[in-house]
Structures are given as C-alpha cells and as structure tokens.
Design a protein around this ligand. Structure first.
Ligand code: GLU
Length: 286
C-alpha cells in the first residue's frame, strides 16, 4: 500500500471494559508505528458506547498504561459516550434513505425464525445471522413506550455471513458498528490498524461507510497474541493487565509479536527505531 495521504490519521480505540493486556499493546503499537512511519497523527479514542459493559475509571487506567510505554495521543481523546447526537444523525440519514429498518424481534424471536428457515443453522461467533424477518414491516406490535432496534440492510457476503446487523438497540444504545464508522469518518481517520480478531467487522464497516457516503478507509490487521494454552488473549477470558513496571521490556514483547527486533535503549529511542523499520514489516500483515 503506497497510497498514504499526506494527512494520514490512525487511531487506537480501546473499550474501557478492562485494562490493556499484552495483545492490546500489539495493536496499539502497530497503529502507532504505522502513523508515525508516515508522519501522520495517532489518536486514542475511548470506545465506551456500550455503557453497561464499561468500568468506571478504566479510561484513565488505559491512558496511564499507554503513557507508561511512551504512547501519547496527538489529540485529546474523544469518548463515544458523549457522541450520541452524531450517531443519531447518521442513523436518521440512513432512515431517510431507507437503508435501515425497525425491528421488533427479541433474541428468542431471531433464534426461532432461524430454526424455522434452516434447522441446521449455527451461530457464527455467537452471532445469529438475522433472516430479515422485519425488513418489510415489524412482525410484532411494540408497546407504546418501546423503541424498535434499527437494522442496516446488507447485501452480498455481509448478508449471508452476518445478516442485517443492528445499529441501535431496542434499549436505545448505539452499537459499536455504527459508532466506530461515524467516529472514524468524522475524526478524519484514514488508516485503521487493529488486531485480527476484528477482521470480521471490516466488511460490515466498509458497507456502512458506503451507505453513509463516507470515504472507505485502509485496513491492516495484526496477528493475535495467544496465551500459553493457545487461546487468544482477551479481557473476556481474564488476560492479565499489561505490566508497565519495565516499559522497555513490555514494548519489546509487543514489538517481537510484530516481527520487530529487540531494543536496548530508552523507550523513545526504541519507538523511533521501530518506526524506521516499520515500512518493511507492515507488508507482512493484511
Ligand atoms: N473498541 C474495540 C475493541 O476494544 C476496537 C475497535 C476498533 O479498533 O475498531 O475491541
């Protein structure tokens, strides 16, 4: 990929649902190096859109972890929990263009509709492919005080693998898929570098970008860090918080996962050396 715009902007977008672990630092470091290697900006965005899952104060913990290893956002971090009007405006645009529809289905209804249409269907990554039950009108009357969920009308592979996905839940919460696409566009992000665990989301986000008339971003996915028992490190399976007592050692471990050589110098010097080696390394990722 040689077509970096002069205004390269990358981002690291942690959800404050737990402290960063060794795997999160690999993604953070890769996005940081990709930005810096191109003289771009690197932003941190706090993805606290799913408020019930977030832990109070975890944003600060995450920022302290990043600071400890020398990674500082070039702009004041934005918080998704403060941006609902922007997400609503994007949803309203999609409603006006008939690119979404209201849905009254509960998870149970979705499971029942799938079982009826295809008895051997299995959830994919725990997600059910919505069979489009409400696309031409909600199948159930909502209580007067209730809100529908809003689903995005998908096509092609996204339709068959994921189905019409939710942009706003019935409880009024905007989903990660909508928030991330709106924020990436409004913040002027040009390149997304993130862990391969998020690969599955990329086609969905590109489809949504197109529907909203936003530019399509460039994506790069970095390898996942596995625990000793072969599982991917994640907050959900209790991965250990990043140990920042020896920042250089912590960075060296993340750099190794990206195929970069070990450094024995200051943190700033190490980051600058890896930045100059990044261009070759990045071609190994997709
Ligand atoms: N907030 C997401 C997470 O922590 C990452 C989003 C992204 O990089 O697109 O998993």
């Amino acid at each position: 990929m040689s077509d970096y715009p002069a205004s390269y902007k990358g981002r690291f977008a942690p959800s404050p649902t737990g402290p960063l672990h060794a795997g999160s630092l690999v993604a953070a470091l890769a996005s940081y190096l990709d930005s810096k290697a191109r003289g771009g900006k690197w932003l941190v965005r706090i993805e606290d859109v799913d408020t019930p899952r977030c832990i109070k104060g975890m944003d600060i913990v995450i920022m302290q972890q990043l600071a400890a290893v020398g990674l500082f956002s070039d702009e004041t971090p934005v918080y998704q929990s403060q941006r609902s009007p922007l997400y609503q405006a994007a949803l309203d645009k999609l409603i006006a263009q008939n690119k979404v529809y209201g849905c009254s289905c509960s998870r149970k209804d979705v499971a029942a509709a799938i079982a009826k249409a295809n008895p051997s269907a299995k959830p994919r990554h725990g997600e059910l492919v919505y069979p489009g039950t409400c696309q031409h009108g909600m199948t159930q009357q909502l209580a007067p005080s209730a809100q529908p969920a809003w689903r995005f009308i998908t096509n092609g592979e996204v339709k068959s693998h994921i189905g019409d996905f939710v942009l706003k839940r019935a409880d009024g919460c905007f989903t990660y898929q909508l928030a991330v696409v709106v924020d990436d566009a409004l913040q002027g992000i040009t390149h997304v570098v993130r862990g391969a665990d998020l690969l599955d989301n990329t086609p969905r986000q590109m489809a949504l970008q197109q529907a909203l008339g936003y530019p399509t971003l460039q994506y790069l996915h970095t390898p996942l860090v596995m625990s000793e028992d072969g599982e991917k490190l994640s907050k959900q399976n209790g991965a250990q918080a990043l140990d920042t007592s020896n920042p250089l050692q912590t960075l060296n471990i993340a750099a190794q996962a990206l195929g970069l050589g070990q450094q024995n110098c200051s943190v700033a010097q190490a980051l600058s050396t890896w930045t100059s080696h990044w261009e070759l390394k990045r071609t190994q990722f997709s």
